[in-house]
Design a protein around this ligand. Structure first.
Ligand code: TRP
Ligand code: SF4
Length: 400
């Protein structure tokens, strides 16, 4: 039931920059080798704030996916897809909306924050209030247990956990649940059944989370259990009723340390970014015109790297020897700022080389990206359909 699975989404913002690369993307690229992973374009989430101007979403989505691929997400490793092409997300969102207390949504901190931040827009909409619920559906539909997100998204993951718990509590209580669960325990066989009971008691009496983990591992191992029995045993363990939806955990993505050209955090809205596929001459120009320590008015004035945004980039891109060279040269006025910047320009261009090549490959034939996404959508739908079958059944809506 607890699938070892990673799910995450990104709103389609168009071309990505090196801040995205050093923050989110490198992390996704690592995860794709460690777990079955699903990454999707959250185009419906974009609509919650851009409902008045939806025309750019499609193009932004495609550009973003090219950047994902350019950065190194591998369609043979990870499932890449578009949220709105897996309409099961919407069905689950609708069904969950029936049992979601309004107060829970109103209390999610991003709700008021974003409304205030985007005050030029009317965000007193049904869709925007439901943003975290749509996100919960995105996650729960894959029964994913790991969701890589930045710190700002932690309340949304917590919200998804609460929704899963509430759903299981409301609909996981089939008639005769206790008896059926006890039958399922017997089917584990003597030794395993005893271990399961022991772990269950340890959790229920002492709140021992480790016992839960151990019991999960035990159940994962067993091949011959039916899906229904497996769900019962997971639910019985924690006393929630049959576990139909799994509670996900956030995998906190460390905030990108990537500074922008002015030393502030690299961000599209500050205009201080270098795009993932920024043309080489433009990279050179942007870095050359970066501000430096204001005390270095003339080439002969010594400077202090601590007061210079270029130094922040050395911390990302340069090895010890190069950093020592920059420190020494700056403080003694031994090097000029243009000289100091050159190794950074070289490193960025080197980092971008393979990305530019992969991007060119995908851009030359737009069908490649289309096919990757169509493929990904199919794979995602297969998983989503499985969950929806159980969800409909739990609600008595399986008219078969
Ligand atoms: N809300 C997320 C963001 O703004 C994007 C997102 C949508 C997401 N659905 C998701 C992230 C599901 C993780 C899982 O960054
Ligand atoms: Fe900044 Fe380098 Fe110039 Fe010193 S030498 S001010 S660290 S760019």
């Amino acid at each position: 039931m607890y699938a070892e699975r990673v799910v995450s989404g990104m709103r389609p913002t168009g071309a990505l920059h090196l801040g995205h690369y050093h923050g989110v993307l490198l992390n996704w690229i690592k995860l794709q080798h460690e777990y079955p992973s699903l990454f999707f374009v959250a185009d419906w989430h974009a609509l919650t704030t851009q409902y008045d101007d939806p025309q750019h979403i499609h193009r932004n989505a495609m550009e973003m996916v090219v950047d994902w691929l350019a950065a190194g997400l591998d369609p043979n490793q990870a499932t890449l897809f578009i949220q709105s092409r897996v309409p099961e997300h919407a069905e689950l969102h609708l069904l969950l909306s029936m049992m979601t207390p309004l107060g829970w949504l109103e209390r999610v901190p991003t709700y008021k924050d974003q409304q205030e931040k985007l005050s030029s827009k009317d965000l007193s909409t049904y869709g925007f209030l439901g943003y975290p619920l749509l996100q919960a559906a995105d996650i729960l539909i894959y029964r994913a247990d790991r969701v890589p997100v930045g710190e700002d998204q932690i309340p949304h993951i917590e919200f998804a956990r609460e929704i899963a718990r509430r759903f299981n509590h409301l609909y996981g209580r089939e008639p005769g649940f206790e008896d059926k669960a006890k039958e399922a325990v017997k089917k584990l066989g003597g030794k395993r059944a005893r271990l399961y009971d022991e772990l269950r008691t340890r959790f229920q009496q002492e709140g021992d989370r480790e016992a839960v983990e151990q019991a999960h591992a035990l159940l994962e191992e067993i091949q011959h259990l039916s899906v229904a029995d497996r769900e019962r045993l997971f639910g019985y363990l924690e006393g929630t009723g049959k576990m139909i939806l799994a509670e996900p955990d956030a995998l906190l993505t460390e905030a990108s340390r990537m500074p922008g050209l002015d030393g502030a955090k690299m961000s599209k809205s500050y205009g201080n970014f270098i795009a993932l596929r920024e043309p080489a001459d433009s990279v050179t120009k942007k870095v050359r015109s970066m501000p430096t320590d204001p005390a270095r008015m003339r080439r002969t004035d010594p400077g202090d790297p601590q007061k210079c945004p270029v130094w922040q980039l050395h911390l990302i891109y340069s090895d010890d020897a190069c950093r020592a060279w920059a420190q020494e040269g700056c403080r003694s006025a031994g090097i000029g700022c243009i000289e100091c910047k050159q190794p950074i320009i070289d490193s960025i261009l080197k980092e971008q080389g393979p990305m530019r090549e992969r991007a060119r490959y995908y851009q030359e034939d737009p069908n490649l990206v289309k096919n990757i996404l169509a493929d990904g959508c199919e794979k995602a739908r297969d998983l989503a359909r499985e969950t929806m079958r159980d969800v409909r059944e739990a609600l008595g809506l399986d008219y078969s």
